[in-house]
Write a protein that binds this ligand. Structure first.
Ligand code: BGC
Ligand code: CA
Length: 350
């Protein structure tokens, strides 16, 4: 009798275990990710660098979808310079069951509402390009930042000017007073990149023992048209005194070039350096209007946004070549671009 009970018990146990196993298997199948919905809000969809970053994100999503068979939806909305609008957009993404939200903050000092909203729903949030302060990012364990190494491109601009001075002094210091008369074209006030690029570009020149004279600066909000109209006025005021134009990005540098083209003053165009390596920027380097730029890795940053969103949703780890520091930051290095290596970068974008 005891034996029979023991056998029945064993059989029952096995049946229960199998049943549990199969329940387990079927619930795993249920949880298998079939679709990832990524909501993205950008500060201004007409910003050249942001637009090309978004192109990279979209093309990586298509590629990943093909590789994995998981449907990946990327919805990009434009906050058009309004933080209130962006807060609403993020709220809608959260309420509509998006899996990950990516935010290119309008006001990088004001992410509180967005973080609270995502946190209350437990949705991961990836900030990018417009960097919030570390204290804000640390407030939520599922908040991340994808961007670039902020101090590099200013240093690179400075070095390019220093190198050119060493090689061909007369092409920079046109009045031969051993000083560089320069104009600084700055991006948005308060943007981490505008502040830090400006500071490091000038410091790098000075640290190399070269004297500088700042003729003036102008805020042109990253924008080509504003770059042109600001330079129109500055050319009126300073004319041939301007030896160097240091621009916080390519678009404003292109605006400066437009101003010289308009006046047909190309024979006396100053040495102009930009940052970003957008396709139009690179073309200007190739054609010799812009002396150099620092390539802001839109390909890497776009791919990281996608891979991080994918990893967060599926629970898989990031590809090995994407390095995260402090469990929160992914940053890309810039690369110096002049006429010598410009083709390499043009081919990335074609
Ligand atoms: C880019 C600029 C861009 C800005 C937008 C910067 O990192 O260099 O071209 O306008 O980000 O936030
Ligand atoms: Ca000079």
């Amino acid at each position: 009798m005891k034996k029979i009970i023991a056998v029945v018990f064993l059989v029952l146990l096995i049946v229960i275990l199998i049943a549990m196993g199969s329940i387990h298997i079927s619930s795993q199948e249920k949880n298998k990710v079939e679709r990832i919905k990524i909501g993205v809000s950008v500060y201004n969809q007409y910003d050249t660098f942001i637009a090309s970053l978004m192109e990279q994100l979209k093309s990586c999503a298509v590629q990943k979808e093909n590789e994995t068979g998981i449907e990946i939806i990327v919805d990009i909305v434009n906050a058009a310079g309004s933080q209130l609008e962006q807060n609403d957009q993020v709220e809608k993404f959260v309420n509509n069951g998006y899996d990950v939200v990516c935010v290119n903050l309008v006001d990088r000092t004001d992410p509180t509402l967005i973080i609270d909203k995502a946190e209350s729903a437990g949705i991961p949030i990836i900030f990018f390009n417009r960097e919030l302060v570390p204290e804000d990012l640390k407030r939520y364990d599922k908040a991340y930042y994808v961007g670039a190494v902020t101090i590099e491109p200013g240093i690179m601009q400075g070095e390019m000017i220093v190198d050119l001075l060493k090689e061909k002094k007369e092409s920079v210091d046109k009045n031969a007073d051993n000083k560089i008369q320069y104009i600084m074209l700055e991006g948005e006030a308060g943007h981490q990149d505008a502040i830090i690029r400006t500071e490091y570009a000038v410091n790098t020149i000075v640290e190399n023992g070269i004297q500088v004279e700042k003729l003036d600066y102008a805020l042109a909000n990253w924008n080509r048209d504003q770059g042109k109209s600001k330079m129109d006025k500055l050319i009126e005021e300073f004319g041939n005194e301007i030896e160097v134009i240091i621009s916080n990005n390519d678009d404003m540098a292109l605006g400066a070039i437009d101003a010289y083209i308009d006046r047909q003053k190309l024979e006396n165009i100053p040495v102009i350096v930009g940052i970003d390596g957008t396709l139009t920027g690179l073309t200007a380097v190739k054609e010799g209007y812009m002396y150099g730029t620092a390539y802001n890795d839109d390909v890497g940053q776009g791919r990281s946004l996608l891979e991080l969103a994918y990893a967060l949703k599926t629970g898989q780890s990031l590809p090995e070549d994407i390095v995260m520091t402090e469990e929160k930051y992914i940053r890309y290095s810039y690369k110096k671009v002049t006429k010598e290596n410009v083709d390499e970068f043009i081919s990335i974008h074609q």
